[in-house]
Ligand binder design. Structure first.
Ligand SMILES: [Zn+2]
Ligand SMILES: [Zn+2]
Length: 193
């Protein structure tokens, strides 16, 4: 019987002799239990998606698992498993802009995953009315001033401001546009209702 990690064994040797005067002799030798050969396996933290495990010791001799280096407490490998944590999402609502959709951003607090859903449509800027450069709902003295400074090249209007001040849409802001704005203010000829 061979020895195992925990049980003693024995081996029997038999000697036969060619000379028939001697009888066959055999001798039994006791072999002590070998003791476990423990290999330490360090603990592994679980992640959102991967299981981890506690520290344990594995005996390569008998393929058993233990919770201690002295191999006194046998455990199952399954009992060391620490289940994956699963993602823990934190939600942020990102509002839409004039050109981009809004959405809800779900981001795992451990930073390993994120996704977007609940999309909302962009909110287009309302079209500005011709002549209302300061966008306050009416053509007033402040709008006239801005057009005058543009014509005098003191402060040039650009982009949306330019388009708004170019009443006749001919690509330049000039006295004709200023005249139309004044006429609108006086209620003589309205640019818009
Ligand atoms: Zn063993
Ligand atoms: Zn995660």
């Amino acid at each position: 019987m061979p020895a195992t990690c925990t049980t003693a064994g024995s081996e029997t040797y038999t000697a036969k002799f060619k000379n028939s005067l001697f009888t066959t002799q055999s001798k039994r030798i006791d072999i002590k239990a070998k003791g476990h050969t423990a290999e330490a396996v360090t603990a592994l933290d679980p992640t959102c998606t991967e299981d981890g495990h506690t520290a344990y010791w594995h005996c390569t001799g008998c393929d058993k698992y233990f919770s201690d280096a002295d191999c006194t407490t046998e455990i199952t490998l399954a009992s060391t498993v620490i289940t994956a944590l699963g993602h823990e999402y934190e939600d942020t609502i990102v509002p839409p802009t004039e050109t981009e959709q809004g959405y809800t951003l779900h981001k795992c607090k451990r930073g390993d995953d994120e996704y977007k859903d609940t999309f909302t449509d962009p909110i287009p800027k309302p079209a500005r009315k011709k002549g209302d450069i300061n966008n306050n709902g009416k053509i007033d003295a402040s709008d006239l001033l801005q057009v005058k400074s543009h014509i005098k090249r003191v402060k040039l209007l650009e982009g949306d401001d330019f388009t708004t001040a170019d009443i006749d849409g001919n690509g330049s802001i000039n006295a004709a546009d200023l005249l139309r704005m004044k006429a609108h203010m006086k209620g003589v000829t309205l640019i818009w209702e």
